[in-house]
Design a protein around this ligand. Structure first.
Ligand code: ATP
Ligand code: MG
Length: 273
């Protein structure tokens, strides 16, 4: 009989040691994962800092040279032209700073979200109408395939900013004679809005990274190009509305940006006639 007790005590001891070992391994693994996440966050904020410095240094250097040259010039016309260029550069820098501040606020959850019932179908039609003239100017065909009566519970202004950013991009990156299609459907409690085109598209390996701050496909940071903040804002706004956005290859041959949002309880959409 005592043999059984000794065996039981031994088994308990072994089981206890195994559980202790397993718990220690688990704690070590979660510490390692926390550490690697911290390293990633530190690296990403350092990268963001470098990018901000780069994006502001270039226009500041240009301004410096421009103002210095103009000061040596007596011509008042030249002074005026320089002041106009200075104003444009300052506006560019202001928009980078304000986009970064908005992004920080949205990601930290500090941005006020005014949720209300929004007829998304109507809003998207309005946005399409607004972008019609710019598309025409750039010789692009802009088409809408929007189901009727799609209702969402969301902030109207944030929705408008999401789709304006995506259309801005399509109009900017699709060459003349191209096609841009904005489509929207609602299925099983989810609303799906797609902005797609037949332009150059996004390479598969960049489709996640493209949403990070300052990521641009064209590495030559031309002054006329964007800051690389638009898609980060789209992602942050979509998340604020309990939705998301992802990039894929479009059936049209270019990029497809797919925004998903929760549908409002009311409002049964009808298909496009
Ligand atoms: N429809 C598209 N087709 C091809 N490339 C695109 C498209 N939309 C975005 N991109 C690529 O993704 C990059 C990031 O887009 P994002 O909107 O974040 O920044 P941006 O347009 O460069 O500048 P910003 O929006 O801040 O003015 C762009 O620079 C471009 O290279
Ligand atoms: Mg953009």
């Amino acid at each position: 009989m005592p043999g059984i007790w000794i065996m039981a005590a031994l088994l308990l001891g072994v089981a206890g040691a195994a559980i202790g070992f397993w718990l220690a391994r688990r704690r070590q693994r979660s510490l390692e994962s926390l550490r690697s996440r911290l390293v990633a966050v530190t690296q990403s904020s350092r990268q963001t800092g470098d990018n901000i410095a780069h994006d502001l240094r270039t226009p500041l250097t240009r301004l410096h040279a421009d103002v210095e040259t103009t000061l040596r010039n007596e011509d008042s016309e030249a002074h005026r032209a320089t002041l106009e260029r200075v104003l444009t550069e300052i506006q560019g820098m202001q928009s980078i700073i304000s986009a970064l501040l908005t992004l920080g606020q949205a990601e930290a959850g500090g941005m006020p979200v005014k949720k209300m019932a929004v007829n998304l179908s109507l809003l998207l039609e309005e946005i399409l109408e607004l972008y019609g003239p710019s598309a025409e100017e750039r010789q692009l065909r802009l088409q809408g395939r929007i189901a009727l009566q799609i209702m969402v519970e969301a902030d109207r202004q944030l929705l408008a900013r999401i789709f304006s950013n995506l259309l801005d991009n399509a109009l900017k990156y699709v060459p003349a004679d191209g096609l841009v299609v904005l489509s929207a459907t609602a299925k099983g409690g989810e609303v799906v809005v797609t902005v797609e085109d037949d332009g150059p598209g996004i390479p598969a390996e960049m489709r996640d990274r493209i949403f990070e701050r300052f990521t641009r496909l064209d590495p030559s940071r031309t002054p006329s190009g964007g800051a690389g903040l638009g898609l980060s804002l789209v992602k942050a706004f979509a998340k604020l509305l309990q939705g998301d956005v992802r990039a894929e290859a479009s059936r049209l041959g270019g990029a497809a940006f797919i925004v998903t949002l929760p549908a409002a309880a009311a409002g049964v959409p009808r298909p496009v006639p």
